[in-house]
Ligand binder design. Structure first.
Ligand SMILES: NC(=O)c1ccc[n+]([C@@H]2O[C@H](COP(=O)([O-])OP(=O)(O)OC[C@H]3O[C@@H](n4cnc5c(N)ncnc54)[C@H](O)[C@@H]3O)[C@@H](O)[C@H]2O)c1
Length: 435
């Protein structure tokens, strides 16, 4: 099948590569000429485990190509996926300008049998609006479908190749069948292919993210309360997780959720609900308290050093909003960095993949370290912001020798408080008392 994927970001690049891997002829399109040049040169503009190898194989075998030429490409495509960004706009709603721009531009150039599939996360009703708008521009009926994406950065290829489920929103059964054929190679283990209306598919994506954000927010709130009550959230977590109605997944306390999706999608649902006069008070609280959670670790740091924060030097392990990605959008590490820079704290930061993205924001205001231990040289403390696997079993002896003061502010609860005390650290975690 000839497929065009518009947008070669985290979702678009994974989608185009995995669809090429299953034998389709795919062109990834982006308006960012620099990204396309990078891809054409055999590199990838993001970090995602396993993606580089897969892109290389499929470009070598000429199933996957890249272009900035939207109109020249879509005129031959049977399926066009739209995977452009839908960031948060100033009023909290999703900014759909990229989606409309792509739809308007390509509408007159599509093949008569072309199907336009929206992968970007969009408010309920967008698919219908896109169909109507494109049909008007083209002067004939254009078919659109919804196919929300559930991949997780850091495990995106596995999630795409072996999805828990594939959701499509269609208006005609044949369109559902066409997409089921496309996804067949990824659903060989009997995972469900769910066909519903475009409105339900669009809502499914928002409800999934709202639920996950709520779980994180819930456990963070309980963690903060545990600290006050001398209870340990890790023990409580184990105590509740075995209840099958609750489970363990997504109940890890931390420094507040970040990433490109949860914050903007929660806000988009709030905005959507308000515009239908059906406010979602729970989600409003989730968003508000998540922002507050990002200040919990900075507050612990301030409390530890008292008034003497200015001139201190802090090491930071982890900038990405989660491990195995270079994505720092809305990452809690950014809140910590901003607060510490305001207090004139010097920062030595390390992340296995996200340093280039941080440098693009902070320039020479931070000291970038390409190894975890070099971020500890002469520091008065270490903040852990991302649970990269390589941070889990460090040499504490070496750490103590490098650090001026052995204080750790662990936003990810990587270690046991008592064990840390035994190896000579003052150790602060989330929802667990400092011994
Ligand atoms: N990142 C995730 O984990 C994830 C997961 C599921 C769903 N989503 C959703 O998928 C969508 C894309 O997210 P992302 O993280 O890949 O975004 P991204 O910012 O990484 O990529 C978007 C790409 O679209 C390109 N683009 C914008 N306007 C364009 C235009 N007019 N023509 C061609 N290309 C254009 C940009 O240059 C960019 O490369 C969003 O709606 C997001 O909510 C993201």
């Amino acid at each position: 099948m000839k497929i065009a994927v518009v947008g070669t970001g985290y979702v678009g690049l994974v989608t185009s590569t995995c669809l090429a891997e299953s034998g389709n002829e795919v062109v990834g399109i982006d308006k960012d000429a620099q990204k396309i040049a990078t891809l054409k040169a055999g590199k990838i503009p993001i970090y995602e485990p396993g993606l580089l190898e897969l892109v290389a194989r499929n470009t070598r075998e000429q199933r996957l190509t890249f272009s900035t030429d939207l109109l020249g490409t879509v005129k031959d495509a049977e399926l066009i996926f739209i995977a452009v960004g839908t960031p948060q706009s100033a009023n909290g709603a999703a900014d759909l300008s990229a989606l409309w721009a792509v739809g308007d531009a390509m509408a007159p150039h599509l093949r008569p049998d072309a199907l336009v599939v929206v992968k970007s996360t969009v408010p309920v009703g967008t698919n219908r609006q896109l169909m109507e708008r494109m049909s008007k521009v083209a002067g004939r009926a254009i078919e659109t479908a919804s196919n929300p994406e559930f991949l997780k950065e850091g495990a995106a290829i596995d999630d795409f190749m072996k999805p828990d489920r594939v959701v499509v929103g269609v208006r005609r059964a044949e369109v559902g069948q066409k997409l089921q054929d496309l996804y067949g190679p990824f659903l060989r283990t009997e995972h469900p292919f769910l066909v519903m209306s475009p409105e339900s598919a669009e809502m499914t994506k928002y409800v999934a993210n709202a639920m996950l954000a709520t779980k994180i927010r819930f456990i963070n709130e309980m963690a903060n309360l545990c600290e006050k009550l001398d209870a340990d959230i890790n023990e409580v977590r184990r105590g509740i997780g075995h209840d099958q109605r609750i489970g363990f997944q997504f109940l890890f306390p931390g420094p507040g959720y970040g990433g490109s999706c949860f914050p903007k999608d929660v806000n988009a649902v709030i905005h959507l609900a308000n515009s239908y006069d059906s406010p979602v008070a729970l989600l409003e609280a989730v968003d508000r308290v998540n922002e507050r959670q990002k200040h919990v670790l900075p507050a612990k740091i301030r409390k530890h050093y008292g008034k003497n924060l200015k001139g201190k030097c802090l090491g930071i392990w982890g900038l990405a909003f989660k491990p195995r990605t270079d994505d720092i959008r809305e990452a809690p590490a950014l809140t910590l960095i901003d607060e510490m820079l305001k207090e004139e704290v010097q920062l030595r930061v390390h992340d296995p993949e996200a340093i280039a993205n941080a440098r693009a924001i902070y320039g020479d205001r931070l000291t970038y370290c390409d190894r975890p231990y070099s971020a500890l040289e002469g520091v008065d403390g270490l903040a852990i912001m991302t649970e990269w696997p390589e941070f889990r079993r460090p040499d504490f002896e070496v750490m103590r020798r490098l650090m001026r003061e052995p204080a750790i502010f662990d936003g990810r609860n990587l270690f046991e408080p008592k064990a840390m005390q035994a190896v000579g650290f003052t150790y602060y975690a989330i929802g667990r008392a400092t011994p």
